[in-house]
Design a protein. Structure first.
Length: 138
């Protein structure tokens, strides 16, 4: 199996022989794309944990267009790679909650449960909650 990168997407070529002796080649996206790794690791775009004076609705309004774009582009190639991105955003939101509310300051589990409850009550707040539901919560 060989791998190559095309437009930031890591592709793997697998092949086999057909019964008629012809060689078949399949291309599929493998793992998380490099572009998604670069964008997800760019905290300057998301900048979630630094905005404690704002509200969660303001953060949703700010990052939903960005998330929608990533999910539209990378979702065409590998939906499984997007769950990693959704998990990353949820961790950033949990960190924001831990900074915003003192009662969650040193309680990751409580902050995660609060975020999960919030996602259950208001699933349309963030785009990735609409697509993945509560499957990406750790």
């Amino acid at each position: 199996m060989s791998r190559s990168t095309f437009w930031g997407i890591s592709l793997a070529a697998t092949g086999g022989e057909h019964t008629a002796g012809r060689v078949l080649l399949w291309l599929h996206a493998c793992g998380q794309s490099e572009g998604a790794q670069i964008d997800a690791g760019n905290d300057q775009k998301l900048n979630i944990p630094r905005q404690t004076p704002g509200t969660l609705a303001e953060i949703a309004q700010q990052i939903n267009p960005l998330l929608r774009g990533w999910m539209t582009y990378y979702g065409r190639f590998s939906r499984s790679a997007l769950s990693t991105l959704a998990d990353y955003v949820n961790r950033k939101l949990r960190a924001w909650i831990m900074r915003k509310f003192k009662r969650f300051q040193s309680h990751k589990t409580r902050a995660s449960l609060f975020l999960r409850k919030l996602a259950g009550e208001n699933p349309r707040l963030f785009v990735h909650w609409q697509v993945f539901g509560m499957n990406t919560f750790a």
